[in-house]
Ligand binder design. Structure first.
Ligand SMILES: C[S@@+](CC[C@H](N)C(=O)[O-])C[C@H]1O[C@@H](n2cnc3c(N)ncnc32)[C@H](O)[C@@H]1O
Length: 251
């Protein structure tokens, strides 16, 4: 388990980046996440990898009764704004203990690609969600994480973009990349894995999104137009079934 965001150099780089308010989060991921969230009035929310707690605050603004935010990084949580209806827990999401049917909705923004065992995580989350409750999450797109080299766009001699390389798609597992520091580890999973593991755990997929930038983002950061060439993120909204789930039907 890598606690990347407690690395001093990485944390300072990431905090500075988010403070610019001109990021992929602001113009692509967060607008898409907010659009996918159901009516939150009175709901109990669990936010996995909550970071600075921005989405937790958004949920409270939208009427959620209570948000539990969980993060592995002490530095991220110490920069999170407190709120009487938000409880922050310093814990890896792989180890947190929640009660069966404790939450109406589990959300997670851009944290699942740091998790090695997606299948186990989803099995545990499905147990924490009430029947008819939701899981809404975003993660880096398989198209981004597939290539073993993780070197980004293929460019010509003038540095103009030629194309995005896809390779090693079927080889699920860890990918090491440079992002402010060397050795940032993320986990690549096929699109079918992201979706089938939900289905196998009684979660019905309601919507999948591969968002592009909102108009304000294109005006402030024109390179975001490149999202048309390949998506950075995928978001999935899934709903737990009414009846207790006994595993996939056998034929
Ligand atoms: C890209 S940041 C996103 C933060 C926040 N969700 C947002 O969208 O603003 C990823 C967050 O996931 C957290 N994280 C990474 N691995 C984790 C783990 N195993 N358990 C809990 N949190 C984790 C990081 O510490 C970081 O705060």
């Amino acid at each position: 388990m890598q606690n990347l965001y407690d690395n001093e150099t990485f944390f300072n780089m990431y905090k500075k980046l988010r403070e610019t308010r001109v990021t992929h989060n602001d113009f692509i991921e967060q607008p898409a996440m907010k659009r996918l969230l159901p009516e939150l009035k009175g709901l109990k929310v669990l936010d996995l990898g909550c970071g600075f707690g921005e989405m937790a605050h958004y949920c409270i603004e939208k009427g959620a009764a209570q948000v539990t935010g969980i993060d592995i990084s002490e530095k991220m949580l110490s920069a999170a704004r407190p709120h009487p209806q938000i409880r922050y827990l310093h814990c890896p999401m792989e180890e947190v203990e929640c009660n069966r049917h404790e939450f109406d909705i589990v959300i997670s923004s851009l944290a699942f690609h740091y998790i090695k065992d997606y299948e186990l995580l989803i099995r545990r989350i499905a147990n924490w969600i009430k029947p008819r409750g939701y899981l809404v999450f975003s993660t880096e797109h398989p198209v981004i994480l597939a290539h073993q080299s993780q070197k980004g766009w293929i460019r010509d001699s003038d540095s103009s973009i030629l194309h995005w390389p896809i390779d090693n798609y079927g080889e699920e597992g860890s990918r090491a990349q440079f992002w402010g520091i060397d050795g940032v580890i993320k986990y690549h999973r096929k699109l079918s894995t992201l979706i089938n593991v939900l289905i196998q755990n009684g979660l019905t997929v309601q919507e999948v999104d591969e968002p592009e930038s909102i108009a304000e983002g294109l005006a402030k950061k024109p390179t975001l137009l490149n999202e048309k060439r390949r998506p950075s993120f995928i978001l999935i909204k899934a709903r737990k079934q009414e009846e207790e789930w006994g595993g996939p039907e056998r034929t």
